[in-house]
Design a protein around this ligand. Sequence first.
Ligand code: AAT
Length: 299
Amino acid sequence: PYVIKVVDRSLEENLMDLWYTENHQEDTKFSIKVQEHMHSEKSDFQQIDFFRSETFGTFFTLDGYMMVTEKDEFIYHDMITHIPMAVNPKIKKVLIIGGGDGGTAREVLRYPSIEVVDMVEIDERVVRLCQQYLPLTASQLDQDKRLTLYFEDGLKFVQEADDGYYDLILVDSTDPIGPGEGLFTVAFYNNCKRVLSEEGILINQHESPYYESYAHEMKRAHSKIKETFPVSKVYQFHMPTYPSGHWLFGFASKKYDPIKDIKVDEWNALGIETKYYNTDLHVGCFMLPTYVRKQLDNA
Ligand code: AAT
């Protein structure tokens, strides 16, 4: 009564069936069907790969971990940038650490009031390859006179920077393994505090609360930042391609509270169009699930 069709694939069809797979846990994987593996190289710092897919467009990985996809990068770059800018729209001098794809710089440079953006990326190859394969994020990196690119370790850069110079530091870093490790240390946070003005705000890539291995790093980072800054909060957003899809940034400052000090009218008057961020979400994203609150309280 039934005709069972056995699908017999040719060798060619098998070779075409490429998937990018990331182990989110030992026993849990996340995969994207790949149309083309566009580039692969080992730089002085890390393994870099670029892929193209139907659903997420072009994306790139470092040491096998997802960094940026064309389709969901707006979420991450909106949230790292517009939160601090709405708390202090008078920010003039910005330091970006990491962020080689250029998405964070692109968002920051949308504010006409910003005068200086120093971007310190350890790996020049990430920048050059993103300029080639991800123009959507990298397009501003050689366009705007306010931006200066430095290819060096962010840890060393903040050690040597002047006291009180920056109004905002955005740590757009990889996870605390490999070159990103030093950006999750007390020495680094102390230098960030020193080079920030009295108005200063620090935002940092803060891992995920959901899977234990990431939550462990998140708690470690939080306990160190809490020790260093008078105000230290965490906010959340949804990142479809990062482990568990639930990701965090840290907000630390010398005096500003991210909710009480938001300048709703002033920010909205700037007329900056965003796809994810808005000033209602700004307040909401600091409201954390109970299990996350507990993790942070115990950090
Ligand atoms: N915009 C989101 C993309 C990133 S990439 C993070 C960048 O940080 C990489 O280009 C990497 O080369 C750079 N980096 C790592 N360590 C350092 C360092 N010590 N100094 C300067 N730059 C550094 C973030 C992805 C987040 C992924 C979350 N899972």
